[in-house]
Each structure stands twice: as structure tokens, then as C-alpha cells.
Write a protein that binds this ligand. Structure first.
Ligand code: 5GP
Length: 118
């Protein structure tokens, strides 16, 4: 059930180095880069290198590893941006707002009284 993975998605192209991105973190399994349309300063995306469409089809071990990187980068972003908080977002399928079909987590530094940009 569910949709399959299509390696023509934009994050697959970034992972292959076919299009540029402002990378801020990389390890054997994971890359993070800045979102091109940030909803707040410091908005970044955490992306496992292995192919999955979203959380629904992801290998649980990949998911667990990716979430550990999310935590690491959320802590780093909180320091770097002197954030009052961090929003983590993750969308699955178009009905839920997913537009890029390679699993990713948004890490968004937040400041008191500053709503996310649409
Ligand atoms: P989602 O699928 O989680 O709803 O949204 C995908 C996110 O990827 C959006 O926040 C969008 O701004 C970002 N995005 C889309 N295309 C690119 C791109 O080519 N490079 C980067 N760095 N971010 C992108």
C-alpha cells in the first residue's frame, strides 16, 4: 500500500550533488541543508541518504537515526540562533502538506512573538 519512491525528487538530486544546496551537516547516513524558502531564520531540513518517500515507508532504524540527528541539530540551532524554542515539522503525502517526496524533517528556530512565515 502507499506510494513508491521516485528518485527524480529534488532532495534526491541534492543528495547526488546534481543541484546545489547550503549543506550544514553531513555524516554517513544523513545530510542537513538550509530550506530555500525559510519560514524563520535558520530553517533547515534533515534528510536521510537512504531512499524513502516519507515516514510511512521508512525503515525504523533509518528513522531512529535521523531523529537523533534532528535532536543534535535542533540543539545546535537553538544555540546558534539564540532561539526561544524549536519547531520540528514532518509531512506525509500531499493531503498533509508534503511537497518533496524524500523523507525529511524541518528544524525551525523560533522566537517569542514571531510566527512562522507562510
Ligand atoms: P514539505 O514536503 O516538507 O512540505 O516541504 C519541502 C520543503 O523543501 C519546503 O519547505 C521547501 O521550501 C523546501 N525546498 C523545496 N525545494 C528545495 C530546494 O531545491 N532546495 C532546498 N534547499 N529546499 C527546497
Amino acid at each position: 500500500s502507499g506510494q513508491s519512491y521516485d528518485d527524480n525528487n529534488i532532495f534526491a538530486k541534492i543528495l547526488r550533488g546534481e543541484i546545489p544546496a547550503h549543506r550544514v551537516y553531513e555524516d554517513d547516513h544523513t545530510v542537513a541543508f538550509m530550506d530555500v524558502m525559510p519560514q524563520a531564520p535558520g530553517h533547515l531540513l534533515v534528510v536521510p541518504k537512504s531512499p524513502s518517500r516519507n515516514m510511512l515507508d521508512a525503515d525504523p532504524a533509518v528513522l531512529a537515526n535521523t531523529v537523533q540527528v534532528v535532536q543534535k541539530l535542533a540543539r545546535a540551532a537553538q544555540e546558534a540562533f539564540e532561539a526561544d524554542g524549536i519547531t520540528i515539522m514532518q509531512f506525509n503525502e500531499p493531503a498533509a502538506g508534503q511537497t518533496v517526496f524524500h523523507l525529511h524533517f524541518h528544524v525551525v528556530p523560533r522566537h517569542e512573538g514571531q510566527p512562522l512565515k507562510p
